[in-house]
Design a protein around this ligand. Structure first.
Ligand SMILES: Nc1ncnc2c1ncn2[C@@H]1O[C@H](COP(=O)(O)OP(=O)(O)OP(=O)(O)O)[C@@H](O)[C@H]1O
Ligand SMILES: [Mg+2]
Length: 246
């Protein structure tokens, strides 16, 4: 559905630092993806390209087989993409209700309530909310949109564990019940496990879950072997720890 076709990218100010090195990958509807990678590995860059906020140096982004440049980046963004940004991107002179209404036609107050904001919070200036509350407003705004793709950059970064889990559950429902394509950047391996596919960005390349799962299996098999060898428990523990950290 949304596809990276041989995408290469560097920032014009730093041409010698290739952020994405000829990546091809196809995102499907009805699935939730988690994007992992160390800070600076290019996660936000990847989302900006998928959103049509920036364009690849080489290669293309395709939506349902068509290069998004052909349709026009504005059109792509309006029709296909809803975004939750790392810095929320809320309009600071509006209330939460007004911000959410910008996202689409759905019941703004109801959505905010489902995100745990009460009526008074929903009607005050959005800058008078805590960081976590602002983040929930940004998520509610994205949920109000009926775009087929939801891109979220560390949507749970400022939220406590329970709220983070709730948000992930909502995202997962959007993917599985409303057939959306949900792509979420996170630093949390634990949250990433709840996605259907985990993508890991590293040195300009991307590895999908299949590899991760394979790695887990290899690790599991090695651990079982260690159980069986004759060595002191201390030594076994040490070897196991090394395998776990590989
Ligand atoms: N506008 C820019 N101009 C030049 N370099 C940039 C620009 N924005 C980001 N970079 C660099 O590109 C690399 C990738 O940045 P990006 O923001 O995509 O990383 P990230 O994986 O999202 O990191 P984080 O987890 O910290 O959010 C980093 O080395 C960053 O310093
Ligand atoms: Mg980032």
């Amino acid at each position: 559905m949304l596809e990276l076709k041989d995408v290469m990218y560097y920032y014009k100010s730093q041409k010698d630092k290739v952020i994405l090195n000829h990546i091809s990958y196809s995102f499907e509807e009805g699935k939730m993806y988690a994007v992992l990678g160390t800070s600076g590995s290019g996660k936000t860059t990847l989302l900006s390209l998928l959103a049509g906020l920036d364009v690849p140096v080489e290669g293309e982004i395709r939506m349902n087989g068509v290069n998004i440049m052909q349709k026009g980046l504005n059109g792509h963004r309006k029709e296909n993409i809803s975004l939750v940004f790392q810095n929320y991107n809320l309009i600071d002179y509006l209330t939460p209700v007004e911000n959410v209404r910008l996202g689409g036609k759905e019941d703004a107050m109801g959505l905010l309530k489902s995100m745990g904001l009460d009526e008074s919070q929903s009607r005050r200036n959005v800058m008078q909310l805590s960081g976590g509350q602002q983040q929930r407003v940004a998520i509610a705004r994205a949920l109000a949109s009926n775009a087929p793709v939801l891109l979220a950059d560390e949507p749970t970064g400022n939220l406590d564990e329970d709220t983070a889990n709730e948000i992930i559950a909502i995202f997962s429902e959007l993917a599985h019940e409303k057939n959306k394509c949900v792509i979420m950047v996170t630093h949390s391996k634990e949250l990433a496990q709840k996605a259907d596919v985990i993508l890991t960005l590293k040195k300009g390349t991307v590895a999908a879950t299949e590899d991760t799962v394979f790695g887990e299996k290899v690790r599991g098999a090695l651990l079982e072997q260690v159980e069986g060898i004759s060595a002191t428990d201390d030594l076994k523990d040490k070897i196991m720890e090394e395998i776990q950290n590989k």
